[in-house]
Design a protein around this ligand. Structure first.
Ligand SMILES: [Mg+2]
Length: 152
C-alpha cells in the first residue's frame, strides 16, 4: 500500500505533546525537529514489508528539509507532499479540502485531525486517526492497516 503520514501533531509535536525519539548530536546540531517515539521502527517495518511511505503535510516545510529529517533516522521517504505541492497539483480544487490523498496515489493517510477524517468520509479516502495520548500508536496504525487491507 501507499501510506502517507501527516507531520504536525501526528509525527512532530506542536500543540499536541507526546514522547519523541532520541536525537543524535547531528540532529541536535542542525536543529532538526523531534519526531514521535516509535516512528523510526514503524516506518522501517512498513518499508521492509514493501509499503511506500510518504509525508503529506499542510505546512510549507521544504521537501528537502523533510527528506533530510527522516533520512537522518535512516528512513528514505518515497514522496513528500507539502502545501506548495498540494496547491500545485490540485489547483483550485486544492481549496476544497485540506488534504486529498487520492490525487497522489495514496491508499491511506495517517493524521491526528478529526477534520481530515471527516473530509475522508465526505470525499472518499481512507484515514487512520492517531490520538495524542495513544502510547501504542504504532499498534493502532498497524491494526488499522490490517483492517483496511482486509476490507479492500
Ligand atoms: Mg496534524
Amino acid at each position: 500500500m501507499t501510506i502517507s503520514f501527516d507531520l504536525d501533531d501526528t509525527i512532530i509535536p506542536g500543540t499536541k505533546r507526546f514522547p519523541t525519539e532520541r536525537q543524535n548530536l547531528i540532529q541536535r546540531g542542525f536543529g532538526l525537529e523531534k519526531i514521535r517515539e516509535g516512528t523510526v521502527q514503524l516506518l522501517k517495518d512498513l518499508k521492509s514489508e514493501g509499503h511506500q511511505i510518504l509525508v503529506y503535510t499542510t505546512s510549507y516545510r521544504s521537501a528537502s528539509y523533510i527528506r533530510w529529517l527522516f533520512f537522518s533516522y535512516g528512513i528514505w521517504l518515497d514522496g513528500i507532499i507539502n502545501q506548495r505541492r498540494h496547491e500545485l497539483i490540485l489547483l483550485t480544487d486544492g481549496k476544497l479540502y485540506s488534504k486529498y490523498p487520492p490525487a497522489f496515489g495514496i491508499d491511506v493517510h495517517i493524521d491526528d485531525s478529526i477534520g481530515v477524517e471527516m473530509e475522508g468520509q465526505r470525499f472518499g479516502f481512507k484515514t487512520i486517526i492517531v490520538a495524542e495520548n495513544d502510547m501504542q500508536w504504532q499498534d493502532t496504525v498497524r491494526d488499522s492497516l490490517i483492517a483496511l487491507s482486509i476490507q479492500t
